[in-house]
Design a protein around this ligand. Structure first.
Ligand code: TYD
Length: 135
C-alpha cells in the first residue's frame, strides 16, 4: 500500500507544542492546497474516492477519525488521533474517512489545486482504472 504514517517533530516546551511542516523537506511534494473538515455530522462516512495523480497528507489536528484505505487488492484501517502524525497517501488509493469524534478537525495538504477530473468517485471505475476489473 502506498501510504506512510509520518511522525512530525514536536517542538514542545513548557508553553506547549508546536509542529512545523515544510514543503519538500517534511512533505515529499509541493503543497498547492490546504483544506480541512470540521463539525462533521455524527456517524458520517465521507471520501469514497481515489485520485489519479494527487498526493496528500492527512492530519487529524484535533480529535480523532479513522481512514479506510484500499489499493484494490488490500485494505487498511488507520486511526488518526495525534496532531503531529501525518498520513501520506499517494495516488491510486481509494479512501473513506469515518468515526470522526465530535471535535475532529481533519486537515489535508495536497499536491495540486482542486480538480474534479482527477477524482475517481465510482469504486468499479477505480478497479477498472487499476486494471483489476473490466468495467
Ligand atoms: P468532497 O469532494 O465531496 O469531499 P470528500 O473528501 O468527503 O469526498 O468535497 C465537498 C465539497 O467541497 C464539494 O462541493 C467540492 C468542494 N471542494 C472544493 O471546492 N475544494 C477542495 O479542495 C475540496 C477537497 C472540496
Amino acid at each position: 500500500m502506498n501510504k506512510k504514517l509520518i511522525d512530525f517533530q514536536q517542538h514542545g516546551d513548557s508553553r506547549g507544542q508546536l509542529v512545523a511542516i515544510e514543503e519538500s523537506v517534511d512533505v515529499p511534494f509541493e503543497i498547492k492546497r490546504v483544506y480541512f473538515m470540521y463539525d462533521t455530522t455524527p456517524n458520517v462516512r465521507r471520501g469514497y474516492h481515489a485520485h489519479k495523480d494527487l498526493k496528500q497528507i492527512l492530519f487529524c489536528v484535533h480529535g480523532s477519525c479513522k481512514v479506510h484505505l484500499d489499493n484494490g487488492y488490500e485494505t487498511e484501517e488507520i486511526l488518526l488521533d495525534k496532531p503531529y502524525e501525518g498520513l501520506y497517501i499517494e495516488n491510486d488509493i481509494w479512501r473513506e474517512m469515518y468515526d470522526f469524534s465530535q471535535d475532529a478537525v481533519l486537515m489535508v495538504l495536497a499536491s495540486s489545486h482542486y480538480n474534479e477530473a482527477d477524482y475517481i468517485r465510482d469504486y468499479d471505475q477505480f478497479l477498472g482504472y487499476k486494471g483489476i476489473k473490466k468495467v
